[in-house]
Design a protein around this ligand. Sequence first.
Ligand code: GLN
Ligand code: ZN
Length: 798
Amino acid sequence: MAVTNPHLPTATILGYPRIGRRRELKRAVEAFWAGRTTADELEATARDLRLATARRLVDLGLEAGTAAVPGSFSYYDQVLDAVALLGAVPERFAGLTTDEGSLPLAAYFTVARGEGDRAPLEMTKWFDTNYHYLVPEIGPDTPIGFVDDRAVREFTELAHPADGGQAVVTRPVLVGPVTFLLLSKAADDAPEGFRPLDRLDDVVTAYAELLRTLAAAGAPWVQLDEPALVTDLLDVPFDEVADAVRRAYARLATDLSPAGTGPDDAAERPAILVTAPYGDLRSDAGDGLALLAGTDVEAIAIDVVRGAVPAGPVPGLENKTVVAGVIDGHNIWRADLDARLTVLEGLAASGTGLGAGTVAVGTSTSLLHVPHDVADEPRLEQGLKSWLAFADQKVAEVATLATGLSQGRAAVADRLAESTAAVRSRAEAPGVVVPRVRERTAALTAADTRRAPYAERAAAQQARLNLPALPTTTIGSFPQTSEIRSTRAAWVRGELSDADYTAAMRAEIASTVALQEELGLDVLVHGEPERNDMVQYFAEQLDGFATTVNGWVQSYGSRCVRPPILWGDVSRPAPLTVEWTAYAASLTSRPVKGMLTGPVTILAWSFVRDDLPLGDTADQVALALRDEVTDLEAAGIGVVQVDEPALRELLPLRTAAHPGYLEWSVRSFRLSTAGADTATQVHTHLCYSEFGQVIGAIDGLDADVTSVEAARSRMEIVPELADAGYGRGIGPGVYDIHSPRVPSVEEVTDLVELAAKSIDPRLVWVNPDCGLKTRAYAETKESLANLVAAAKAVRATL
Ligand code: GLN
Ligand code: ZN
């Protein structure tokens, strides 16, 4: 019997921001956490938000009746939602679930945020984005079933709205079963050799149950996200991933009958769209596209922004829909619609194309990673605005392309022309290409990334700084008190004059310097009170960047960030940090460390341009920082730290791309620091990561001193660095700044001794894991006092 697909939307998006245009969800969730509202009130706000969002998407051009609108809402995180769906909570939360094993809303948040002895699930980066998901903990005995029908309720509520208004048939979006398990970690008490993927059958059984329930509720489509298929960094070989995909989708797609095929025509499941965002399904490791094409799912979404455009037919796609992700869900540039339409036409062409049954138009990823609406940016310059597409503009782009593909170019001629004009105006606009900047990067040579040999530097620096063994320092920021924040807010609102603001920040710096002298730290910092954020602070001052007012993007849970927009060639119109640092240095005879954010981190936490290779942009940022280092030196500063916490983060999802990335990232860091005098001590700082894959790169940075997060892993990285031949200063963090807990002198002493055992003790520095901006003063003072005491104690034994 011929399989007839249900009516397919010609235009769709893989997901939409859920935090709300004015961060309504953030406010509602935080009010609930603070006990100001009830769970019912929170649910009502969320329901209104979902309804408004679905109707807005219809207004923007998605069909209301064909499951074109994704049901991609989450109260906190989509991976946590899958945990909740399955009731797959670790033992320590068992007391919080209902008899059926589901999580009431308050308990759902407890799993995310912890409470008392119940540590939250760990948080980590979602593929190569700035979104963080919660890591499920799965063991042989973790409960797994279909215990939570929230996805079904949310579908029904929009398909049959209580207010009698416009109904919207949505497509529930869930993390796919294979990706869910590949992103999970083995529970602490799981036996040696157990892997979460061992529980695939249980997870698939639960998903099958969910699909049956969705079909019964009338859902024509469901979306299962399987981005794990575009990376080979998950430590599971392709063959095993492929086997898991075949097994999972045989049971979900083949064993359950879709609409129109069952004996009495009753669908056992909705049609299935599997998505593979964030990259290419095909790599040296294996062919994920052929793999998915071989299953019985009805549709596959491929990312043709990050991934290559497949050339030639793929067997198995004949009766499937391919949702071609031609609109970038991960960046904010307006698309060149003419060029995108050409790609779509190529994919849809018979003979040369994919050989797909149908080609539909989509975004490359969920729009979760971009802000809501360019029209909401009153302060952006008009020209720049016309080059941008946030989530709402991207929906309209998708709709336009779908019309162009199905009805021909003439049907959208005006919009293609507008897009072409915008692309051209961007290319020609002043500031996008600045010859002076281009000439400078073009003239760079390898010599610009090299300093004198380390031995020579170390001797010159010691002669200048005269530091004791095991020198003590901090990572840069001191507590950002609510006073500091409200002072800055008043200044931004214009209620405080520049002079008053400067005086307030100077007073803060003076007290931070005095505190560090009192504590007996060896290398001081100014404390960064003037910085709203370690990237935005620089972006606001550099040419080539713009910042937004409402451009919020979810980072994790209720936390949102406003990434700056890097739109043009980067240069430094004036010094960025010199005044504050020099002021701090004027207050003390001890060395003060200047503090800069490195080029890779500035790029990682901004929206970057798509018209210049990332490495070239990094060089431009690096040269601006290089000039800043020179100015700091001229102001008498002898120690400069260039932070690169995001070095690991931008690592490509495919190992084959690593060497290229590491080449430019390491080069740009070196470019930013290699202008420093031999006697200037260059520090760098790294955190937030497992460093395994970048150990060699850390050495390649050639910093005189590298501070790294290490307290929780008990100095693990020190022997790893030593084994890799690292032989310069190393400051493994001895104080975990993620918690208010004060480490004792003994604890810190232990860690310092541990570090000094695996590397030459003369190289060891003593410092916290990261900046102190999120800590309060009381615990900071005590902790730093213990840190200094421990350093002195170990020093005496050397
Ligand atoms: N210098 C920064 C600070 O101390 C570093 C922050 C970071 O590594 N994330 O806050
Ligand atoms: Zn850090």
